[in-house]
Design a protein. Structure first.
Length: 476
């Protein structure tokens, strides 16, 4: 069912700008210099993008930034609800600030993000974490100036987490974590309701940004010197279905690819049920679109896939991978997500996942033991397999993928790749880290001045999850 998209109006944005100035004036009266904010981010790339917008608004309100929480006048935790482990980390880290808050009562502690959109979590924060001043959900991030002003001036705690299908707010300032790489959301929310996933409940229904707004932001990034731009959405393959006139994700990719500039486009996440031949053909034909396909399959067994409400079969998934490889050959790099131990999954069904891993030969996998999420259908399913047994399955899966990753890396020895050098490496003090078109990491010795540039790098030693290489110098 189509959902009416609420786009934040100019008067509403103007109101937030006025609150931003009020906060700025208030901070100037309270502090001799700029107060410090610490923004702690958990979870996916969409959360990272949200935090960059949070920091953009805070910067306009007059905050500078620090990494150390106990130096901050404002601490914001941007939370993730996808797995229990992430939630436990949030509770532990917030709880650790209780003593600090007692000795620094003027420090504002705030929680936002996906966890805060859940009723039982908000209730727990209200009852057990009385020192938290501000809680706001995923649909009101653009109202941070107003909410923070209330927290700074009021005597009561502020909780703002409306149960709505979500909004789109354009024109929010962004303070990006990197100069040369950027996250660019093209849509928000999800309509898929996979039975294990809480995202549609906390992020709302799918809603696409207008093409003109995306193109404008993309052009600004390129003009600012950004070399790698990753398009984000819970399911980018659904982009444009709610727009009039309709625009497919493949058409958007082509538009962005044809813009002037030296850049590379990546995207995530891509849902198999909506992955089209048009998209794969566009990837193959567009010279600035990376040949890396992150296509989560979650399970290799059709019964489990149906119980997950994934809406595709193993055969359908394999046909997509095979067609992508026909088009892009060895240039294509495939990565995927897998859930181990979904409720009711048997060891024999898990073996189907292992066999699919052997067939697709992914360069790497993101693997997780099933974590029940409150309010999802899977959380009510019978789950007879003990966690210890699921852990054995996970170790078996990791061993298989480690072998495959090593085999895939070995195929590239002696090859030269055009890579984006994105930062410092881990192999040694003089090493830099670079990413190939297919999202493979090569570390090489080089000068820091190469960071943020494209360079040709030859693979000298393939390892399991990274490769060592050397810079190819162009002879003059």
């Amino acid at each position: 069912m189509a959902v009416e998209i609420k786009r934040i109006s100019e008067p509403e944005l103007k109101q937030q700008n006025e609150y931003s100035q009020k906060v700025n004036n208030l901070l100037q009266s309270r502090y001799s210099g700029k107060p410090l904010a610490c923004v702690v981010t958990y979870g996916c790339q969409q959360n990272i993008a949200d935090s960059e917008r949070i920091k953009g608004m805070l910067s306009e309100m007059g905050y500078a930034f620090c990494e150390e929480r106990t130096q901050a006048n404002l601490i914001i935790f941007n939370t993730c609800a996808v797995r229990e482990h992430a939630e436990d980390r949030v509770f532990g880290n917030v709880g650790a600030l209780k003593k600090y808050k007692l000795s620094h009562p003027d420090t504002i502690i705030a929680l936002c993000g996906c966890m805060m959109q859940q009723e039982h979590i908000a209730k727990k924060i209200k009852q057990s974490f009385s020192f938290v001043d501000l809680v706001f959900g995923t649909h009101v991030v653009h109202r941070l100036p107003e909410l923070l002003y209330k927290a700074l001036t009021g005597k009561r705690r502020v909780f703002e987490r409306p149960d709505i299908d979500g909004v789109i707010a354009e024109g929010i300032p962004v303070k990006r974590d990197e100069e040369n790489r950027a996250w660019l959301p093209i849509m928000y929310g999800c309509n898929n309701f996979c039975s294990y996933c809480v995202v549609p409940y906390v992020r709302g229904r799918e809603r696409s940004r207008r093409v003109d707004d995306i193109v404008r932001e993309f052009k600004d990034l390129v003009s600012d010197g950004c070399k790698e731009i990753t398009l984000l959405g819970q399911n980018v393959n659904s982009y444009g279905k709610d727009l009039e006139p309709k625009v497919t994700f493949a058409e958007l990719l082509k538009m962005l690819n044809d813009l002037d500039g030296d850049f590379r486009i990546r995207f995530m996440t891509s849902h198999p049920k909506d992955c089209t031949k048009e998209l794969l053909e566009t990837m193959a034909s567009c010279d600035k679109v990376a040949t890396h396909l992150h296509l989560p399959f979650q399970s290799g067994n059709d019964r489990v896939l149906k119980a997950m409400n994934r809406q595709y079969t193993r055969e359908k998934y394999l046909s997509l991978i095979n067609y992508a490889r026909e088009l892009m050959g060895d240039n294509l790099s495939v990565t995927s997500d897998i859930i181990v131990g979904f409720p009711g999954e048997t060891y024999e069904e898990f073996q189907d996942t292992l066999s699919l891993v052997e067939e697709i030969k992914a360069t790497s996998l993101f693997t997780f033991i099933y974590s029940p999420r409150v309010g999802t259908p899977a959380a009510e399913m019978d789950d007879p397999i003990a966690y210890e047994e699921k852990s054995k399955w996970m170790r078996e899966l990791l061993a298989v993928q480690e072998r495959i990753s090593g085999e895939q890396m070995a195929l590239h020895k002696g090859k030269t790749f055009k890579c984006f050098v994105y930062g410092k490496g881990k192999q040694g003090d003089n090493y830099l880290a670079a990413r190939t078109d297919g999202n493979l990491i090569i570390e090489f010795e080089g000068d820091d001045g190469l960071i943020g540039t494209f360079q040709n790098i030859k693979v000298t030693e393939p390892l399991t999850y990274v490769m060592l290489g050397e810079l190819e110098r162009t002879e003059k």
